[in-house]
Design a binder for this molecule. Structure first.
Ligand SMILES: O=C(O)c1ccccc1NCC(=O)[C@H](O)[C@H](O)COP(=O)(O)O
Length: 224
């Protein structure tokens, strides 16, 4: 699950639940699309739902990532057996994330909730890091909270593996977040929705264009 080979910003559109959002992510050149296998999420999909969405993704389209929170092996196996996933985004202790990678043989991105620079990991044996905000008080899920981090904390951080910035990004803020954080890849869910769990194709198009400095997938200039 490496980031794009060229210098353009990598974009992940997370929490897809229906075809219109999925098609917008594919059409506008997302690098990764995410499916949330966590029952308490408004973006929760079953393995069968994910499989039917993934069947619409062209072979050369975005890589398909399954999100899991403190999962059992059986939960992951159900998703991996049903849907063609290219990688896993895991919310669990690093030891458990490593065990999942060994067991399933898929790349694993480790989601890490951070608030200040000392929270940033100095090392990781996983394939990538998703640098997330910590959930706000009262939230019952570790991601997808529309809650940003202080984007400046990653300046000067020597990341041990490829990483992406997540948490509270939106079409109007993503360019500033990239400039302030130094991130080369970004992840969004709530900021491209018209309601929790329902992606807005227009916001997806705007987000991807804004992340890439006003350029779409083909490099055509699009005014912001
Ligand atoms: O989206 C969820 O509901 C969710 C639930 C449990 C774990 C992770 C979840 N989402 C993760 C993401 O969508 C992104 O990796 C990231 O947190 C960005 O979310 P947002 O702040 O909504 O843009």
């Amino acid at each position: 699950m490496p980031p794009p080979a060229d210098t353009r910003i990598g974009v992940k559109i997370c929490g897809l639940t229906e075809p219109a959002g999925l098609e917008a992510a594919v059409t506008h050149g997302a690098d990764w699309i995410g499916f949330v296998f966590f029952a308490r999420s408004p973006r929760h999909v079953t393995p069968a739902q994910a499989a039917s969405l993934i069947a619409r993704v062209p072979q050369a389209g975005p890589r398909r990532i399954g999100l899991f929170v403190e999962p059992t092996d059986a939960q992951i196996a159900a998703a991996v057996d049903a849907a063609a996933l290219d990688g896993l985004q895991v919310y669990a202790a690093e030891e458990r994330a490593l065990e999942i990678r060994r067991h399933f043989g898929l790349p694993v991105w480790h989601a890490r909730g951070v608030a200040t620079a000392p929270d940033l990991p100095a090392c990781s044996a996983l394939d990538g890091l998703v640098i997330e905000s910590r959930p706000p008080a009262g939230s019952d899920r570790p991601g997808g909270n529309a809650h940003p981090i202080d984007w400046t904390i990653t300046r000067g951080w020597t990341a041990p593996v490829p990483w992406m910035l997540a948490g509270g990004l939106a079409p109007d803020t993503v360019a500033r977040a990239i400039a302030q954080s130094g991130a080369r890849a970004v992840d969004v869910s709530s900021g491209v929705e018209s309601a929790p769990g329902l992606k807005d194709p227009g916001l997806i198009a705007r987000f991807i264009r804004a992340a890439r400095g006003g350029h779409n997938q083909d490099g055509d200039y699009q005014p912001r």
